[in-house]
Design a protein around this ligand. Structure first.
Ligand code: NI
Ligand code: MN
Length: 244
């Protein structure tokens, strides 16, 4: 595991929120949902210094803390064009657009946006729904060559095989919650299509409508992609503190 990570630290903050510290000291936050995230440990809701924020889509459970954190830290926020424009309209100065198939150089690493099968919108405080472009996943390529895939919220789709072929991620963070994302069954097929050796389940148990469990995921992987190793992270965990 340590050899694969090549000095990258992956810290789980609950739901779909991860903090990634690069070997070069880059501080990257993916899908900032902290203040109202029931899974985030109390003492980790303040993230301190962050230089890059990646947003997969506009739903609150991936976006809620983006604007306050951007304003507090000055971090570069990378998101699709519609969210980029929304952030600019809210006074966020360091927003950067990215679209599927494109790569941005941020936090000292390369971030490529991929497809995701879901929806994307932002709910304003008065209840107005703002169109927030297409949902995405991200491939992060680190200094050492280690590649991480954060799938965002998604269904399984056949082009996960293409993502596997052309980016060859070492590790995939996959939603397993069911009902509004893949269930453990589809997520096991996602792992198979991606050809990854290591997976971390995410986006489950936070709310009653995402009841998928790591145990079910493990069971389906045993039948569908038996060579894949599952790393179940508890909120607050670092990946390298996991067995396997
Ligand atoms: Ni969503
Ligand atoms: Mn979600």
């Amino acid at each position: 595991m340590e050899e694969m990570l090549g000095g990258t630290r992956i810290n789980y903050l609950g739901h779909a929120t991860f903090r990634v510290v690069t070997a070069g000291g880059g501080q990257i936050l993916i899908d900032p949902f902290l203040t109202d995230n029931p899974q985030t440990p109390e003492d980790m809701k303040e993230v301190g210094d962050i230089d890059t924020i990646l947003i997969t889509h506009g739903h609150f459970d991936h976006f809620a803390d983006a604007i306050p954190l951007a304003q507090q830290t000055g971090a570069t926020v990378v998101a699709n064009f519609e969210i980029f424009s929304y952030l600019q309209s809210k006074g966020v100065e360091n927003a950067m657009p990215i679209q599927k198939g494109g790569t941005a150089q941020v936090g000292g690493i390369k971030v490529t946006a991929t497809h995701a099968f879901h929806s994307s919108s932002i709910a304003e405080e008065d209840g107005t729904i703002v169109y927030a472009g297409e949902p995405m996943g991200f491939i992060l390529e680190f200094e050492s060559g280690f590649k991480l895939y954060h799938a965002g919220d998604t269904a399984v789709f056949g082009d996960m095989q293409l993502i596997g072929e052309i980016y060859q991620p070492d590790l995939a963070l996959l939603p397993i919650g069911n009902q509004v994302v893949m269930s453990p069954f589809e997520a096991a097929h996602a792992a198979r299509l991606l050809g990854v050796r290591h997976v971390v389940p995410m986006h489950y148990g936070t709310f009653p409508f995402i009841p998928g469990t790591p145990e079910e995921f493990q069971k389906h992987l045993g039948e569908i992609a038996p060579d894949v190793t599952v790393h179940v992270m508890q909120p607050g965990d670092d990946l390298d503190s996991q067995a396997g």
